[in-house]
Design a protein. Structure first.
Length: 486
């Protein structure tokens, strides 16, 4: 059975079932409706009211066609003001979805029209640029090319999230009240962790990226500043995971989105070798493996060639530096699915730049020297829970310039740095020059230095920020501004 025949069994009228188990329409020339609403999930046996983004068929998320028009009527059907950012797309500045930059929040029952070129294909997502993101105001935004549709392979979209029964305001207040061991009383009501790096783990420093310095005499890296109630893959835990039925011996493309607000994961493909083919929706030279890091805001596309026989193939997301995990189960039609424990036997890997240094873009920037360069220091600490980017005001550039930004993390937490409105290329890591991946979010671990370059071809005042929601909310956000948008 070929993929096209196999997927006929998943048809629902004119729409195909997404891996989220809901109908997702393909983009048309006419306006599509997208509604911000409320829904109820069951998490750990308890009901939880969260946000949702549904299309006119009641499905979560969107599947659109590349090189067409993004033509969406966004309705806020909640009682709260909110707004949606189209993460991975490069819309005009006034449609980017960051409140008051420049667009106002979407009022209750208000409808707003969005029209702009979609651009190339890729795995993207959409989410609130407010604390509402913590309450699952996020959904996949998949842009498919003609080549994608013609391939004889099945797709599975996986949206990861971290979940708390506490409100994001409570979580943020708790983080701000926590004092370090040498600075005061620990607030155990937050179940807050300051997980040390694994024994023997070494940190990359400035200079030769092949050299590392031990952590002796240095502060330890802080991981996982929030202990969540659950970790979700497509709204479900491993106590009741989504099961995606797959063809024996078939080929599967995983489109994995880390939509978590404060949790990094490593994707574990288990017994099946994976081939990383894209990051942040942009193609890279394939990299084979079974463990693939994905920080907050990042996406990874992994192609699997399944074995010929029957079986189940768990795709797990391992929480960084901890035993918790989530994921989905790929299973052939006749395979029985066994329970997988929410906690694994060992801790998930601490994310570093090893894979990043091996990535090469299949659509790199054209050769050219930068016209404008900035050096930024990322700073902050757990004791005060205050995070900063050293540049006091916007990074001012001119339209058409090649811009180079070097980010040096002098804090003891990692920062996934996201630039709106552009795709950038990673050109240097810890002093080692490279023609790395083109992407929109790059991880900068403690004491590491990562340099990116991009072409300023989309005028506006574009946020450059950490995609850890609570780091951004407490100060780690700057802007790249040009053509008068200062």
């Amino acid at each position: 059975m070929y993929r096209r025949d196999f997927l006929k069994t998943l048809a629902v009228g004119a729409a195909a079932l997404s891996p989220l188990g809901v109908a997702v329409p393909r983009a048309r020339a006419s306006t599509m409706d997208l509604t911000i609403g409320r829904r109820v999930l069951e998490v750990n046996g308890k009901p939880a009211t969260v946000f949702g983004l549904t299309n006119r068929n009641g499905g979560s998320g969107l599947i659109l066609d590349a090189e067409t028009q993004f033509n969406i009527a966004l309705l806020n059907d909640t009682s709260e003001e909110t707004l949606i950012h189209w993460h991975g797309l490069t819309p005009p500045w006034d449609m980017d979805g960051v409140p008051d930059n420049p667009a106002a929040l979407l009022k209750s029952k208000e409808v707003r029209q969005y029209r702009f070129p979609i651009g190339k294909g890729g795995t993207h997502w959409m989410h609130a640029h407010t604390l509402q993101e913590q309450n699952l105001l996020a959904a996949p935004l998949i842009v498919r090319t003609a080549e994608d549709r013609a391939r004889d392979e099945q797709e599975a979209v996986i949206l990861l999230h971290d979940f708390s029964f506490r409100s994001p305001e409570e979580l943020l207040a708790g983080l701000r009240s926590v004092k370090s061991d040498h600075g005061g009383q620990m607030d155990h009501s937050m179940s807050k962790t300051m997980t040390n790096m694994h024994a023997g783990h070494q940190m990359q420093m400035d200079g030769d990226a092949g050299m590392a310095m031990p952590m002796t005499g240095m502060p330890t890296m802080d991981l996982n500043d929030i202990e969540y109630d659950a970790y979700l893959a497509n709204d479900r835990t491993l106590d009741d995971p989504e099961v995606v039925r797959v063809e024996k011996g078939g080929r599967v493309r995983l489109r994995i989105i880390n939509g978590a607000t404060a949790t990094a994961f490593t994707i574990d493909t288990g017994s099946v070798d994976g081939e990383l083919i894209a990051v942040d929706g942009m193609d890279v030279a394939p990299v084979k493996g079974r463990l693939f890091p994905v920080s907050m805001g990042q996406r990874v596309d992994i192609r699997l060639q399944l074995p010929a026989g029957s079986g189940t193939f768990p795709i797990l997301a391992l929480r960084e530096g901890a035993t918790e995990r989530t994921g989905v189960i790929l299973a052939t039609p006749d395979a029985a699915v066994s329970k997988i424990e929410v906690r694994g036997a060992g801790k998930g890997p601490v994310l570093d730049l090893d894979l990043e240094q091996r990535l090469a873009s299949l659509s790199p920037l054209t050769a050219g020297a930068p016209d404008r360069s900035y050096g930024l220091v990322l700073n902050g600490d757990m004791e005060t829970y205050s995070w900063q980017i050293s540049q006091p005001g916007p990074l001012e550039v001119d339209n058409g310039q090649r811009v180079r930004i070097s980010m040096h993390n002098m804090s003891m937490m990692a920062h996934p740095m996201h630039l709106h409105g552009h795709h950038f290329q990673v050109v240097e890591i810890n002093g080692r020059k490279m023609a790395g991946a083109v992407r929109d979010t790059v991880l900068v671990p403690p004491m590491a230095q990562v340099t990116i370059e991009f072409d300023a071809l989309n005028p506006g005042r574009w946020p450059l920020h950490c995609h850890h929601l609570y780091h951004m909310a407490t100060g780690m956000m700057s802007f790249v501004a040009y053509d008068g948008a200062i």
